[in-house]
Each structure stands twice: as C-alpha cells, then as structure tokens.
Write a protein that binds this ligand. Structure first.
Ligand code: PRP
Length: 180
C-alpha cells in the first residue's frame, strides 16, 4: 500500500488497530453513560467524520448526532483565533454532550469549543479524541483518548493534507518532504 504512495513514510496506525481501539472506546463510553438517557455526539468536521461514524455505530446507548465545523485564522499556534463555520442544530441545554475529534495538536480548537459549548449550559461536556500529539496541549481535557502519536504530519481516517488522503481506513505518516 505505501508503495503506491511514496509520500507516505509509514503506516502509523493500521485499520485493525484503529477499529479495535474504537470498539474499546465505544464500550467505555457506553458503560459510563448507561442509564443517563440520550447523549449528543458533536462531531467536528471535517476530520472527525470517519471516527464519529465508526464510534457511533458501536455505541450501545441512545445518542443523537450533530456537527460543527471550525476554522482558524492563520497559524493556530500563534493567533489562537478559532471561528465557527457551521454550528450544530440541536439544542444542548441540559443534555449530555460528547465532542468527537480526530486530533488534538495545539489544543486551540478544543479549548475554544469547551468554552463555547459550556456557555450553552449542557448537563455535562466530555471530549473523545482519536489521536493526540505531544506538546503544549495538556490544558485541554481529553476524557476519552484513542492514541498518543508522535509529532509528525498524519493523514487518513479523516485527517488530510491539503484535503487529500482523508478516506483511507488507516493513519499514515507523511514524509517531511511531502509538506515542507
Ligand atoms: C484539525 C483537526 C482539529 C484541529 C486540531 O482541523 O480536525 O479540529 O485541527 O488542531 P489544534 O489542536 O491545533 O487546534 P482542521 O482545522 O485541519 O480542519 P479539518 O478537520 O477540516 O481538516
């Protein structure tokens, strides 16, 4: 497979490993929320779409799906400015909310979201993130984490490089020369 895509350094997380971990997370989440009624999964587009679809199909508790799209101005690490491109449609007041994200890098997106969503006064707010890079992002709380990954550019399973590679069932590391 990587031979077909010379810009891939290696497969970081193969399909079986991702699916295994998603199943574990779904089991944990289902156990934690059992008996608390429905929860609202808020998927952050675009990157979170594949993870959310697989996770939701494995949940054994009632849940609703909604979506948000966020964008940052310039470099998130410098400006920290995040804005909402697409807001959710459901009212989360007094509901249990679980944010589903593909990756935490600087943590700016999740930080912004936590403040924004808490202002809508949900009954509870938790976060489920498939991958987390190392670095200065520990100020944001990740309640359910799939994998710690190295500080490299990753694509696949929702993650892109210039909108490419989002729909691979695995996560690959890009060679530095592919994005520098
Ligand atoms: C990515 C990813 C997260 C965010 C994480 O989104 O999906 O939402 O960056 O980065 P941070 O922790 O540094 O804030 P991106 O802005 O690339 O949009 P996309 O999901 O549409 O690709």
């Amino acid at each position: 497979m990587t031979g077909l895509y010379p810009e891939f350094e290696r497969i970081l997380l193969d399909e079986a490993s991702i699916q295994q971990r998603v199943a574990e997370l779904a089991q944990e989440i289902s156990a934690d929320y059992r008996g608390q009624g429905s929860i609202i999964l808020i998927t952050i587009l675009k990157g979170g779409f594949m993870f959310a679809a697989d996770l939701a199909r494995r949940l054994t508790i009632p849940h609703y799906m909604d979506f948000m799209a966020l964008s940052s101005y310039g470099s998130k690490s410098i400006s920290g400015a995040v804005r909402i491109l697409l807001d959710m449609r459901l009212d989360i007041y007094n509901k249990h909310v679980l944010v589903v994200e593909d990756i935490v890098d600087t943590g700016k997106t999740l930080e912004y979201l936590t403040v924004n969503l808490n202002a809508r006064r949900p009954a509870s707010l938790k976060t489920c993130v498939l991958t987390r890079k190392p670095g200065d992002n520990r100020h944001v709380t990740v309640d359910y984490l799939g994998f710690e990954i190295p500080d490299v550019w990753v694509v696949g399973y929702g993650l892109d490089y210039a909108e490419r590679h989002r729909t691979w069932p695995f996560i690959a590391e890009l060679k530095p020369e592919a994005y520098s």
